[in-house]
Design a protein around this ligand. Structure first.
Ligand code: FAD
Length: 476
C-alpha cells in the first residue's frame, strides 16, 4: 500500500464524502486552517464524461433548501447563499392536485416565506468549487473508504482507477459518507453505538415533466413553478419540484408491492389515468412509460444512532449520522445545520489546526470535548427531525386533504398572524426558523394543548351564551 506520511505544518483532517455535507464541511475546515483531504468514491461530478452517469445514480434530482441550509451557507461568509439562490426556484406553498385535476394552493408560511428548489448536482458542484478555492483543500475522487484504523489515525481507501490501496495518515476524520456510511460502521467497531434503522414500505421513482415549448420556441413551465405540487392519494402520492430549465421532476412515492403490480404499459397508463389524470398529458405518454420502466425504484429509510464521535479521531455528520425519509425536505438542511453547529462548538472549545511540536499521537482534549459536546447537543434534534419526517410521510399523502387538518391549519395560521412570536406552526418552526428541532416539537405540542383548550373555551362560551339567551326567552 501507498503510505502518505503526515507532513509538517497544519494538522490534517480527512473528509470522507464530497457530497453536499462533506463539501460544506471541507469549506468550514479550510477556513479554520486545517489541511483538508476530501475523498469520494464517485468520479468528479464536474467531469462532463462522468457527470451524466454519476447524476443518474444519485438520489433525487432536486431538493428543497430552506432556512437552516441557507444559514449554514451564509455562515461561510463566501456569498454562497446568494450564489445558490441564483440557481434556486422559490416555492411559496403546496399545490394540491385532486383526482379530477383541480388544484388548490396551501401557503407554507403566512408571511409569504418560501422553500427553494435546487438542483442537487449543481449545488454539489457549487460547494466543491468553493472548497477548491482554498489551497489547503484537495479532492480525491474515485477513492472508496474501505476501513479506518482509528488507533493509528489512518484511513484506508481503494483507488478505483488504479485498483491500489491508499493508506492516509490523518489527525482526525469527518465522516460525511451518507446513509450507508463506512465511517459509521468503523465507529460502531470502536465504541458502544446505539443504532436503529427502519425501511418504510414505500419506494420512489423519478419522472420528468418537460417544459411546454411555445410557438416562439421558448420553453415555459407547464404548471405554476412557485409551488411544490402534490397529488396525495392516501396510500401513495406524487410530488413535483420545478427545475431552472422549466421542467419539473416528479417523484412517485408508492409501496414497493404497487410498483411490482405495474409491469406493463397498459397497467401503468390505466393507473395514471385513474389517479393522476392531469399529469399524463403534461408528462407525455411515451416519456411516462420510458421513465417509469427505466428509472430505478429507490428505497427510503430512517436511521438514528448515538454517539456521533469517537474520542478526538472521528465524527460523523449528515446522512451518515441520521438518515431520514424525505417528506419534511430536511435531510440536507439538517446536514448543513450539523456542519454549522459542529464548527460553532469547535470554535467555542478553542479547537485549532495548529500543530504543537512533538504533539503527534497525543490526544487533543479540546477536540475530544468539543466532539462529545456536539454529540450531546445534536442528538435530540436529529432524532426529532427523523421522527417528524416520518410523521409528514402520512401528512403529505393523506392529511393535507382532511378537513381536520385544514381547520387546524387555518386556526393556527390565524393565531400566528395575531401572535407571531407566541403561536408558530410546526412547519414554520422547522422550515423557516432555526429553533432546535426538538424544541420545535415541544412547542408544537404545547400549542396543540392551548389550541384545544381555546376551542373548548370558545365552544363552552358559545353554549353558555346560547343557554343564557334561551333562559331569557323562556322568562319572557
Ligand atoms: P450524500 O448526499 O449521500 O453524500 C455522501 C457522499 O459520500 C457521496 O458523494 C458518496 O459518493 C460518498 N461516499 C459514500 N460512501 C463512500 C465511501 N465508502 N468512500 C468514499 N466516499 C463515499 N433533503 C432536503 O433537505 N430537502 C429535500 O427536498 C430532500 N429531498 C430528498 C428526496 C429524496 C427522494 C431523497 C432520497 C432525499 C432527499 N433529501 C432532501 C435528503 C438529502 O438528499 C440528504 O439528506 C443529503 O443528500 C445528505 O447529504 P450527505 O452529504 O450527508 O450524504
Amino acid at each position: 500500500p501507498t503510505q502518505l506520511n503526515s507532513p509538517p505544518g497544519p494538522r490534517r483532517v480527512c473528509v470522507v464524502g464530497a457530497g453536499l455535507v462533506g463539501a460544506l464541511a471541507a469549506i468550514y475546515l479550510a477556513q479554520r486552517g486545517w489541511q483538508v483531504e476530501v475523498y469520494d468514491t464517485r468520479p468528479d461530478l464536474r467531469d462532463p464524461e462522468t457527470a451524466t452517469q454519476a447524476k443518474n445514480s444519485q438520489r433525487s434530482i432536486n431538493l428543497a433548501l430552506s432556512v437552516r441550509g441557507l444559514s449554514a451557507l451564509r455562515a461561510t461568509g463566501l456569498g454562497l447563499e446568494e450564489q445558490v439562490m441564483q440557481l434556486a426556484i422559490p416555492m411559496r406553498g403546496r399545490m394540491i392536485h385532486d383526482r379530477w385535476g383541480r388544484q388548490t394552493g396551501q401557503a407554507y408560511g403566512v408571511f409569504g416565506q418560501c422553500i427553494n428548489s435546487v438542483d442537487r448536482a449543481a449545488l454539489t458542484v457549487e460547494l466543491v468549487n468553493a472548497a477548491e478555492q482554498f489551497e489547503n483543500v484537495n479532492f480525491h475522487f474515485d477513492h472508496t473508504l474501505r476501513s479506518c484504523n482509528l488507533d493509528d489515525r489512518q484511513a484506508v481507501f481503494l483507488d478505483r482507477t488504479t485498483g491500489s490501496e491508499v493508506v492516509v495518515e490523518t489527525d482526525w476524520i469527518v465522516g460525511a459518507d451518507g446513509a450507508y456510511s463506512v465511517c459509521r460502521r468503523q465507529l460502531m467497531r470502536k465504541t458502544r453505538v446505539d443504532y436503529s434503522q427502519v425501511y418504510i414500505k414505500h419506494g420512489y421513482c423519478e419522472l420528468t415533466l418537460p417544459p411546454i415549448v411555445t410557438a416562439s420556441g421558448k420553453p415555459q413551465y407547464a404548471m405554476d413553478p412557485h409551488h411544490l405540487h402534490i397529488w396525495p392519494r392516501h396510500t401513495f402520492m406524487m410530488i413535483a419540484l420545478p427545475n431552472p430549465d422549466c421542467s419539473f421532476t416528479c417523484t412517485l412515492f408508492m409501496p414497493f408491492e404497487k410498483f411490482g403490480e405495474l409491469t406493463t404499459r397498459e397497467e401503468l397508463l390505466a393507473f395514471f389515468d385513474c389517479y393522476f389524470p392531469d399529469a399524463v398529458p403534461l408528462i407525455g405518454v411515451d416519456r411516462l412509460v420510458t421513465d417509469y420502466f427505466r428509472n430505478p425504484k429507490g428505497s427510503l429509510m430512517s436511521l438514528k444512532c448515538h454517539p456521533y464521535h469517537y474520542e478526538d479521531r472521528l465524527v460523523i455528520v449528515g446522512d451518515a449520522a441520521h438518515s431520514m425519509v424525505p417528506f419534511y425536505g430536511q435531510g440536507m438542511n439538517c446536514g448543513f445545520e450539523d456542519v454549522e453547529i459542529l464548527f460553532s462548538i469547535l470554535d467555542q472549545h478553542g479547537v485549532t489546526a495548529i500543530r504543537t511540536p512533538g504533539e503527534k499521537g497525543t490526544t487533543d482534549t479540546r477536540l475530544q470535548n468539543a466532539l462529545a459536546c456536539y454529540t450531546e447537543t445534536r442528538h435530540p434534534d436529529a432524532v426529532a427531525i427523523c421522527d417528524l419526517a416520518m410523521y409528514n410521510y402520512i401528512e403529505m399523502r393523506s392529511s393535507v386533504v382532511s378537513w381536520r387538518y385544514l381547520i387546524r391549519k387555518k386556526l393556527e395560521d390565524q393565531f400566528h398572524r395575531w401572535f407571531p412570536e407566541i403561536i408558530i406552526p410546526l412547519y414554520t418552526m422547522v422550515s423557516f426558523t432555526q429553533t432546535p428541532y426538538h424544541l420545535a416539537v415541544l412547542q408544537a405540542a404545547r400549542q396543540t394543548q392551548w389550541l384545544k383548550r381555546g376551542i373548548w373555551v370558545t365552544v363552552l362560551g358559545l353554549a353558555a351564551l346560547v343557554g343564557f339567551g334561551f333562559r331569557k326567552n323562556l322568562g319572557r
